[in-house]
Design a protein around this ligand. Sequence first.
Ligand SMILES: Cc1ncc(COP(=O)(O)O)c(C=O)c1O
Length: 392
Amino acid sequence: MNFENVHTIEDTESAYKLLSKKSSYIEWQKFEVLNVLPLMKASPREDSVKLYSNDYLSLSQHPKILASQIQSIQHMNEEIMMSGVFLNNVSQQGQLEKKMAHFLKSEETILCQSGYFANLGLIQALAEPGMVIHIDENAHCSLWEGAIRSGARIFYFKHNDVSHLQKKIHQFGPGLIVIDSVYSTLGAQARLEEIVEIGVQNNCIMVVDESHSLGTHGSLGEGLVAELGLEEKVHFRTASLSKSFVCRAGIITCLAKYKHYITHSASPFIFSSALQAHEIARIDAVLEEVKIAHEQRKLVKRNTHIIRKEIEGLGIHLLGSEQIIPLIAGTKEAAFMLRDFLEERNVFGAIFIPPATAKDHCMVRLSVHAALKESEISYLLEVIKKAKKFLL
Ligand SMILES: Cc1ncc(COP(=O)(O)O)c(C=O)c1O
């Protein structure tokens, strides 16, 4: 690795200060340079228990999806390499956006390069200096960055704490409420119905990131908002399509009347190029598979239930309830020890340390998926039993 271009801690801190200067209300952990050690030490083998990928429905190698993408590459007449602002509704992307809107029970959708851009761009388009944003302290970094960059007045509320949110709205007024539906490091589901109700009562605009519920939640995988029938009360949903949708893209739901405004007012949509034809073909093919992945959705829930129940049976306290299972070790050093212990026993999760977690909340995250075999689950539980000494 070439270390010449790696920022020093001082550089990163001053860049962060610049970014956060716009708002005096942020209490946000300072960005730290991500550990220079490799986050995955060993390489997983064919027979490893792999729990690091967010391919929850195990669709990434689906033959129909691969065939559709390959066909698109082979039969493409012309690849249009330009910003998405030049696309119209009859473009391949425009048509897929309509199809995704139908699936998500929304008037329109916007497809873009990533979930990060979806969040950054949407909040940039919605918020402006002086406006109020109420954001869950554990909302994804991309939502925070959108909020910080917008210059809005940011008020965080304690994770999933409905009365704290209510208090903040009374104190500072209504505005955007920004949350995740399933939290990516905690595996916790948002108290969505209660938060949406507070939003409605106080005339707030709701933004919900569904990255970790799209595909896994809802009868056809439309996500948690749709599962709870809240589509009309949640004004904007966003998602990374790099989880259950196994694509490199992001999505936003919105009313048709806002689509043009959003795509023409946020820098990630104006100044970065549109999706490529084979990416559109892949999303389209994945959509068809997600809709019929009833068995995989059941398996994700079943595997999650068994693994969580057995781990808790060992006397280990777990946060959350969803397919993301955080094994919390505490300090960064403790998390690296846990990671090494698991990897030496052929179990691979994903280590999370600052800035992705608080300093004393470092963890190895397990992403439970549909293709886990019974034998792998039993083996995983045996290993976790032995790893108990590393967990908080
Ligand atoms: C909740 C959440 N939102 C947004 C993102 C960003 O998505 P992408 O990887 O597509 O940029 C992620 C991915 O880490 C995520 O977990």
